[in-house]
Ligand binder design. Structure first.
Ligand code: 5GP
Ligand code: ZN
Length: 115
């Protein structure tokens, strides 16, 4: 656990969140400010800063996040209608939390990416 990391605190149960899915290595909860009808964040229990550093440090754990994202889509009932998986990297992405998280977005027709 990294001190003062919001998502480490959510994983530890120190800050409440609505849990959607859990495995030994991953933890998924609803985004507090949803950007789609369904918006869930999947994080590793272990602290890693972003998807790129995680890919270098533990590629299996990065794969586990995407597998958990697909399981979240099933739990949320959007696996057949389709969904979007997003990692934000760096400042221009508007990223705010520095514990890697996979956004699972769906439940409606999503708009195109852009500004
Ligand atoms: P980022 O922009 O860093 O990729 O995404 C961070 C996400 O975390 C945002 O979508 C934001 O709404 C969400 N978030 C920020 N604080 C909290 C919180 O305390 N609880 C939950 N469940 N989500 C949060
Ligand atoms: Zn953390």
């Amino acid at each position: 656990m990294s001190a003062d990391c919001l998502f480490c605190k959510i994983v530890a149960g120190e800050i409440p969140a609505t849990v959607v899915h859990e495995t030994e290595k991953t933890f998924a909860f609803r985004d507090i400010k949803p950007q789609a009808a369904k918006h869930v964040l999947v994080v590793p229990r272990e602290h890693h800063e972003d998807a790129i550093s995680l890919a270098a440090a533990d590629p299996q754990l990065l794969a586990d996040l995407t597998t958990a994202g697909a399981e979240v889509a099933k739990v949320e009932g959007i696996d057949e209608s389709g969904y979007r998986l997003v990692f934000n990297i760096g400042e221009d992405s508007g990223r705010t939390v520095f514990h890697v998280h996979l956004h699972v977005l769906g439940g409606e027709q999503l708009g195109l990416f852009g500004r």
